[in-house]
Write a protein that binds this ligand. Structure first.
Ligand SMILES: [Zn+2]
Length: 212
């Protein structure tokens, strides 16, 4: 029998001090060479345990982003750059990564709701996207994430980790994406189109340009 949430959060409460803080382990993650912060004075924020999960945006399909027409083109914030019958690939506004893409399902559903055909199509798209992003001259790796705490509509992240910058290696690239200087809009758009054209060559689908 899996542990109950009450038993799980009781263990967190037992580790918290009077202010609700958990102590940092000096031999833990803060000792990793890729930990991005200097540790003098560093401490964790205190935080509550909720009685239930928070609701996410788009839980009601009528209020979800997918109820409105998608923005199109690689120079637009969250513009669609590639699409097929199941998925849209959107480009995030400029950030520190050479390229940050979001993949969303055409239909309003969450990840566990994909049928086997959609799941198989996502597997092919996942592999093709990793290959296409890692073919970018400025990318050393493509990091892939499904988090899903903000929006209820199925979405995944594909993030180019810049090549040759060891301080951003590993999972902290998610944080470095917000710390590094943003790439120009035109650079982000050209990188997105490079990836979209490789997706089309491997999977078919449609490359969406700024002209539509
Ligand atoms: Zn939706």
């Amino acid at each position: 029998m899996p542990e109950s949430v009450e038993d799980y959060v009781a263990r967190i409460a037992a580790a918290q001090d009077a202010e609700g803080r958990i102590a940092l382990d000096p031999q833990g993650v803060i000792a990793w060479d890729v930990f991005p912060f200097e540790t003098d004075g560093l401490r964790l924020k205190p935080g509550p345990v909720l009685g239930e999960e928070r609701t996410r945006s788009g839980e009601d399909p009528a209020t979800c982003e997918c109820a409105r027409p998608a923005v199109r083109g690689p120079s637009q914030p969250w513009g669609v750059v590639w699409e097929d019958e199941h998925f849209l690939v959107k480009v995030a506004p400029p950030s520190g990564s050479p390229l940050l893409l979001s993949v969303v399902t055409r239909r309003h559903l969450d990840v566990p709701d994909l049928d086997d055909g959609q799941a198989a199509a996502f597997g092919r798209l996942h592999v093709a996207l990793v290959g296409a992003v890692e073919a970018l001259p400025s990318a050393g790796r493509c990091h892939v994430m499904r988090i899903g705490d903000g929006g209820a509509h199925a979405h995944w992240w594909f993030m180019a980790r810049p090549a040759r910058v060891p301080m951003v290696f590993g999972s902290f690239m998610v944080d470095w994406d917000d710390f590094l200087p943003p790439v120009p809009v035109a650079v982000r758009a050209e990188n997105a189109t490079f990836v979209a054209e490789r997706l089309q060559a491997r999977l078919g689908g449609i490359v969406v340009t700024d002209e539509g």
